[in-house]
Write a protein that binds this ligand. Structure first.
Ligand code: ZN
Length: 183
């Protein structure tokens, strides 16, 4: 069983570092323990994905997973809990969209971020198998957000628009999610 760890928040230098690759030929207990801790911390929290630096480990590991009842974004789809080691992605088209994102490392704040809609993702699973898959829409956005963490980038840096930020309370109060999803 993984441990629920404290999620590091913006201002913590570990969130600004480029993470180290995992040696795929040697996926050991240390790596598997990190994955279990990421899963436990994600499940305990309110996020839809988590990256290792968010629990203080500068390694290229992410876990994504979203149950329908926990998803507050109305464009989102269910995503099975999946650990990804050394994930990388490439865009499949130039098409982008702009949606609100949140992050467990940025409490209360949501921001509008432009992301590619269609990507091809490559990663290794816990057994070291190489997985390649196409992702679209919400799942593609989620992976791009988590992979940014491995480069030391938090979504706040990617909000370019005027009025691109909102608190969670104001998103509900002014119905911003609805309004902006029509763009
Ligand atoms: Zn995040």
């Amino acid at each position: 069983m993984g441990k629920v760890l404290k999620v590091r928040e913006v201002g913590d230098p570990i969130l600004e570092k480029v993470c180290d690759k995992v040696d795929i030929k040697n996926i050991n207990h240390e790596t598997l323990d990190i994955i279990e801790d990421l899963k436990a911390t994600l499940e305990f929290g309110t996020g839809l994905g988590i990256a290792a630096p968010q629990i203080g480990i500068s390694k290229r590991i992410i876990v994504v997973g979203a149950k329908k009842e926990n998803i507050k974004y109305n464009y989102a789809e269910e995503v099975p809990v999946t650990a990804m080691i050394n994930p990388t992605w490439k865009k499949l088209s130039k098409e982008t969209d702009i949606q609100y994102e949140g992050c467990m490392s940025v409490p209360q704040i949501r921001g509008r971020v432009e992301r590619y809609k269609n990507i091809v993702l490559t990663y290794y699973d816990e057994k070291g198998n190489k997985i390649v898959r196409e992702l679209n829409g919400f799942f593609a956005r989620l992976v791009q957000h988590e992979c940014d963490h491995l480069e030391g980038i938090v979504f706040l840096e990617k909000v370019k628009e005027h009025s691109g930020f909102a608190t969670v309370d104001n998103m509900n109060k002014y119905n911003l999610r609805e309004k902006n999803n029509k763009l």
